[in-house]
Design a protein around this ligand. Sequence first.
Ligand SMILES: C[S@@+](CC[C@H](N)C(=O)[O-])C[C@H]1O[C@@H](n2cnc3c(N)ncnc32)[C@H](O)[C@@H]1O
Length: 389
Amino acid sequence: MKNLVVKPSTVEKLKQFHPWIYKDEIKKIPKGVVKGDLIKVISPKGEFLGIGYINPDSVITVRILTFDNEEINKKFFFNRIQKAFNYRQEIFDKITDAYRIVHSEGDFLSGLIVDKYADYLSIQFNTAGINNFRKEIIESLIEIFNPKGIYEKVDEKIIKIEGLEENKEQTIYGEVPDEIIITENSLKFIASIKQGQKTGLFLDQRKNRKIVSSYVKNGFKVLDLFSNSGGFGIYALKEGAKFANFVDISQVAVSQIDKNCKLNGFKNYNIVKADAFDYLNNLDKKFNLIIIDPPAFAKTKKEKTGAIKGFQFLVINSIKALEENGYIALFSCSHHITEEDLKKILLFASQKTGKKLIILEKLMQDLDHPYLLNAPPTFYLKGFLIKVV
Ligand SMILES: C[S@@+](CC[C@H](N)C(=O)[O-])C[C@H]1O[C@@H](n2cnc3c(N)ncnc32)[C@H](O)[C@@H]1O
């Protein structure tokens, strides 16, 4: 394993367990290393700082796997995965049989995502470095979970950057059905690992579905914008909503919402396959609760201004579509949109609509997507539940 020396200014960050080293934080990339190679990171004084893997073509050039001087082998991955699983079992086994087991750097396994859907696992190898340990990781998963099947998901954009074009979406162990029924807070949902966005369901919103729906009163009219498989609206129906209107642009999502509502015995819903922006523009109904949970509008810093404009439109028009004393749950899953940005968007909308806004809840991703203080980008999902008065 070759040594990589970082600049003096990067040493402290690594001693605070930050798992990423950017290209301009490196003194010199050792000769002969290729994408995915393990490297030992040392300070200019020769102090050991960690072991990670390198991608010389990526802005995030090194991702640290361990801050200890240990071997990176099957035992290493087995122990990390087992630890991550133990922490989830304590929290989630009473609530659901679907949760994220490994959340990349949030679980000190940069580049690896593993989700559990009842007896099945879905997995993503998002970096060349982690892909080099596929065998060790898959063997560990089989030993720990004894799953009925494991399905590999692939993010096309990511694998291009990492040179992993050979990775294909496929069943890599056992058998995986097209649809898996999971239970979450005694509601049933269909997870289609093979078809769904992300790896099937938006597991990170689980806690927020519960919190937001706890404000629903009998007879509430609910609008679930960007609803995906309908989680927020379905929770609201369980709490006595009069009806839920779901809006999503994706055909897969729309048909999943219908199946999920039927699976839980709800009849009082309406599904619209549409662009949420167009839908709001032409809206003539009023609601008591509107959920705004768009996809990541700002994937890069450059896209931030446009994203903020989009949010402003959504919030202003949602406020206008509320009954008196209505509620809005607003989310952003983009790292580049901060909590402060969301507050500014809400203030702007308050001014434009002449309505005052009370923050009832500050919301974030659920605990199976750990927010590791040492790695700021692991805090990505933020939101507010507000009351409009
Ligand atoms: C973050 S997900 C929503 C997750 C959902 N709230 C849940 O709890 O499962 C965003 C959703 O927005 C949908 N979407 C993307 N662009 C859209 C648009 N312009 N109008 C409506 N839906 C859109 C995507 O299909 C996706 O299902």
